[in-house]
Design a protein around this ligand. Structure first.
Ligand code: ZN
Length: 97
């Protein structure tokens, strides 16, 4: 006759293995799903989760009005961009240089 201890041990071991197998399968499923999703995203099958409007915006143009100082073509002095004439030698600061 099989004693109770052995039956209990076998039953517990089987349950443990079953739980381990199920847990492992779930983990592998999650891992595989994540890889599949990233692959699809890379191939453009599904849209990105978030579309950052910052990326769509153009970078600030350094030649645009405002901010950037213009160098005098005559003496090389730095003038504010809104200046039309150099503050050092009064030479005209054309947009073309
Ligand atoms: Zn100047």
């Amino acid at each position: 006759m099989v004693d109770f201890g052995t039956v209990y041990l076998v039953a517990t071991g089987a349950a443990l293995l079953l739980a381990l197998g199920v847990g492992l399968r779930v983990l592998v499923g999650i891992f595989r799903d994540g890889r599949e999703r990233s692959r699809k995203r890379r191939e453009g099958e599904i849209d990105r989760y978030t579309e950052d409007p910052v990326y769509d915006r153009d970078p600030p143009d350094p030649d645009a009005d405002g901010g950037t100082p213009s160098t005098c073509p005559q003496c090389g002095a730095e003038n504010e961009s809104e200046f039309t004439y150099c503050h050092e030698c009064a030479a005209p600061l054309g947009p073309g240089g």
